[in-house]
Design a protein around this ligand. Structure first.
Ligand SMILES: CC(C)(COP(=O)(O)OP(=O)(O)OC[C@H]1O[C@@H](n2cnc3c(N)ncnc32)[C@H](O)[C@@H]1OP(=O)(O)O)[C@@H](O)C(=O)NCCC(=O)NCCS
Length: 131
Protein backbone atom coordinates (compact mmCIF):
# COMPACT_ATOMS: atom_id res chain seq x y z
CA UNK A 1 0.00 0.00 0.00
CA UNK A 2 2.82 2.50 0.78
CA UNK A 3 4.51 2.36 -2.65
CA UNK A 4 1.05 2.89 -4.20
CA UNK A 5 0.56 5.95 -2.02
CA UNK A 6 3.94 7.37 -3.02
CA UNK A 7 2.96 7.04 -6.71
CA UNK A 8 -0.47 8.56 -6.16
CA UNK A 9 1.00 11.47 -4.20
CA UNK A 10 3.44 12.31 -7.03
CA UNK A 11 0.59 12.29 -9.56
CA UNK A 12 -1.72 14.38 -7.35
CA UNK A 13 0.89 16.93 -6.22
CA UNK A 14 3.32 17.30 -9.17
CA UNK A 15 4.35 20.83 -8.09
CA UNK A 16 5.34 20.03 -4.50
CA UNK A 17 9.09 20.18 -3.94
CA UNK A 18 8.94 17.76 -1.03
CA UNK A 19 6.91 14.76 -2.18
CA UNK A 20 5.79 12.26 0.43
CA UNK A 21 7.49 8.89 0.12
CA UNK A 22 6.34 5.38 1.00
CA UNK A 23 8.23 5.81 4.28
CA UNK A 24 6.43 9.08 5.05
CA UNK A 25 3.09 7.31 4.65
CA UNK A 26 4.25 4.35 6.75
CA UNK A 27 5.34 6.78 9.48
CA UNK A 28 1.97 8.54 9.37
CA UNK A 29 0.18 5.21 9.79
CA UNK A 30 2.56 4.24 12.58
CA UNK A 31 1.82 7.53 14.36
CA UNK A 32 -1.91 6.77 14.43
CA UNK A 33 -3.26 8.17 11.16
CA UNK A 34 -5.87 6.34 9.13
CA UNK A 35 -5.48 6.02 5.37
CA UNK A 36 -7.82 5.10 2.54
CA UNK A 37 -6.09 4.30 -0.72
CA UNK A 38 -7.82 3.39 -3.98
CA UNK A 39 -6.81 3.11 -7.63
CA UNK A 40 -7.27 6.83 -8.24
CA UNK A 41 -6.97 8.60 -4.91
CA UNK A 42 -6.15 8.61 -1.24
CA UNK A 43 -6.98 10.36 1.99
CA UNK A 44 -5.04 10.51 5.26
CA UNK A 45 -6.69 11.61 8.49
CA UNK A 46 -6.18 11.52 12.23
CA UNK A 47 -8.79 11.21 14.96
CA UNK A 48 -8.03 12.84 18.30
CA UNK A 49 -10.38 13.07 21.29
CA UNK A 50 -12.57 15.90 19.99
CA UNK A 51 -11.44 16.55 16.44
CA UNK A 52 -10.54 14.79 13.25
CA UNK A 53 -7.89 16.35 11.02
CA UNK A 54 -7.71 15.63 7.31
CA UNK A 55 -3.96 15.59 6.71
CA UNK A 56 -3.95 15.10 2.94
CA UNK A 57 -6.31 14.12 0.13
CA UNK A 58 -5.65 13.67 -3.55
CA UNK A 59 -7.24 12.31 -6.71
CA UNK A 60 -5.21 11.70 -9.88
CA UNK A 61 -5.89 14.24 -12.65
CA UNK A 62 -7.62 11.77 -15.02
CA UNK A 63 -10.18 10.80 -12.37
CA UNK A 64 -11.11 14.26 -11.05
CA UNK A 65 -14.65 15.69 -11.00
CA UNK A 66 -16.21 12.25 -10.68
CA UNK A 67 -17.01 12.48 -6.98
CA UNK A 68 -14.02 10.48 -5.70
CA UNK A 69 -12.79 13.05 -3.17
CA UNK A 70 -16.34 13.76 -1.97
CA UNK A 71 -16.89 10.03 -1.40
CA UNK A 72 -13.63 9.75 0.55
CA UNK A 73 -14.58 12.74 2.73
CA UNK A 74 -17.91 11.03 3.43
CA UNK A 75 -15.99 7.96 4.63
CA UNK A 76 -13.85 10.14 6.92
CA UNK A 77 -17.04 11.72 8.30
CA UNK A 78 -18.50 8.26 9.00
CA UNK A 79 -15.34 7.22 10.80
CA UNK A 80 -15.26 10.46 12.81
CA UNK A 81 -18.89 9.94 13.80
CA UNK A 82 -18.22 6.38 14.94
CA UNK A 83 -15.36 7.72 17.06
CA UNK A 84 -17.58 10.33 18.71
CA UNK A 85 -15.65 13.23 17.19
CA UNK A 86 -17.33 16.65 17.06
CA UNK A 87 -15.47 18.48 14.28
CA UNK A 88 -13.34 17.85 11.23
CA UNK A 89 -10.58 20.36 10.52
CA UNK A 90 -8.13 20.85 7.67
CA UNK A 91 -5.74 23.35 6.13
CA UNK A 92 -5.81 24.35 2.48
CA UNK A 93 -3.71 26.67 0.33
CA UNK A 94 -5.67 29.88 -0.18
CA UNK A 95 -5.04 29.59 -3.96
CA UNK A 96 -6.23 25.97 -4.26
CA UNK A 97 -9.68 26.69 -5.69
CA UNK A 98 -10.61 23.05 -6.55
CA UNK A 99 -9.90 21.93 -2.98
CA UNK A 100 -11.63 24.92 -1.38
CA UNK A 101 -14.71 24.34 -3.55
CA UNK A 102 -14.66 20.63 -2.67
CA UNK A 103 -14.53 21.37 1.05
CA UNK A 104 -17.29 23.99 0.82
CA UNK A 105 -19.48 21.47 -1.00
CA UNK A 106 -18.76 18.98 1.81
CA UNK A 107 -19.95 21.48 4.44
CA UNK A 108 -16.67 23.06 5.56
CA UNK A 109 -16.42 26.79 6.36
CA UNK A 110 -13.45 29.10 6.93
CA UNK A 111 -12.48 29.46 10.58
CA UNK A 112 -8.95 30.88 10.44
CA UNK A 113 -5.73 31.45 8.57
CA UNK A 114 -2.05 30.50 8.96
CA UNK A 115 0.17 33.12 7.25
CA UNK A 116 2.91 31.87 4.86
CA UNK A 117 2.23 28.28 5.91
CA UNK A 118 3.28 26.50 2.70
CA UNK A 119 6.70 26.06 1.11
CA UNK A 120 5.59 28.41 -1.70
CA UNK A 121 4.83 31.16 0.84
CA UNK A 122 1.06 30.95 0.40
CA UNK A 123 -1.26 31.33 3.36
CA UNK A 124 -3.26 28.37 4.64
CA UNK A 125 -6.98 28.71 5.24
CA UNK A 126 -8.25 26.62 8.16
CA UNK A 127 -11.63 25.02 7.43
CA UNK A 128 -13.95 23.14 9.74
CA UNK A 129 -17.21 21.21 9.67
CA UNK A 130 -19.28 19.87 12.53
CA UNK A 131 -20.20 16.17 12.47
C1 LIG B 1 -9.11 18.82 -4.76
C2 LIG B 1 -9.31 17.39 -5.30
C3 LIG B 1 -8.94 16.39 -4.21
C4 LIG B 1 -10.79 17.22 -5.70
O1 LIG B 1 -10.98 15.85 -6.06
P1 LIG B 1 -12.22 15.38 -6.99
O2 LIG B 1 -12.34 13.91 -6.85
O3 LIG B 1 -12.02 15.94 -8.35
O4 LIG B 1 -13.44 16.11 -6.29
P2 LIG B 1 -15.00 15.76 -6.54
O5 LIG B 1 -15.17 15.14 -7.88
O6 LIG B 1 -15.49 15.00 -5.35
O7 LIG B 1 -15.61 17.23 -6.57
C5 LIG B 1 -16.57 17.67 -5.63
C6 LIG B 1 -16.84 19.14 -5.84
O8 LIG B 1 -15.67 19.91 -5.57
C7 LIG B 1 -15.67 21.08 -6.42
N1 LIG B 1 -14.54 21.01 -7.34
C8 LIG B 1 -13.71 19.96 -7.56
N2 LIG B 1 -12.77 20.30 -8.47
C9 LIG B 1 -13.03 21.57 -8.83
C10 LIG B 1 -12.42 22.47 -9.75
N3 LIG B 1 -11.34 22.12 -10.49
N4 LIG B 1 -12.93 23.72 -9.86
C11 LIG B 1 -13.99 24.11 -9.12
N5 LIG B 1 -14.64 23.28 -8.24
C12 LIG B 1 -14.15 22.04 -8.11
C13 LIG B 1 -16.97 21.02 -7.20
O9 LIG B 1 -17.96 21.68 -6.41
C14 LIG B 1 -17.24 19.52 -7.23
O10 LIG B 1 -18.58 19.21 -7.47
P3 LIG B 1 -19.12 19.10 -9.00
O11 LIG B 1 -18.14 18.27 -9.77
O12 LIG B 1 -20.47 18.44 -8.83
O13 LIG B 1 -19.22 20.51 -9.51
C15 LIG B 1 -8.44 17.16 -6.58
O14 LIG B 1 -8.64 18.24 -7.46
C16 LIG B 1 -6.95 17.01 -6.29
O15 LIG B 1 -6.47 15.91 -6.00
N6 LIG B 1 -6.20 18.12 -6.39
C17 LIG B 1 -4.73 18.07 -6.17
C18 LIG B 1 -4.40 17.71 -4.75
C19 LIG B 1 -4.98 18.70 -3.77
O16 LIG B 1 -4.97 19.92 -3.99
N7 LIG B 1 -5.46 18.18 -2.63
C20 LIG B 1 -6.04 19.00 -1.58
C21 LIG B 1 -4.98 19.54 -0.70
S1 LIG B 1 -5.69 20.51 0.61
Amino acid sequence: MYPELEKLYALCFPDKQHKWTAKDFADLKQSGCDIIVGQTGFVVWRNTLDDTEIISIGVVPDARRTGTASAMIQMVKQDAKQNGVKNILLEVDEHNTPAIELYKKCGFTNVGMRPHYYENGHNAIIMKTAI
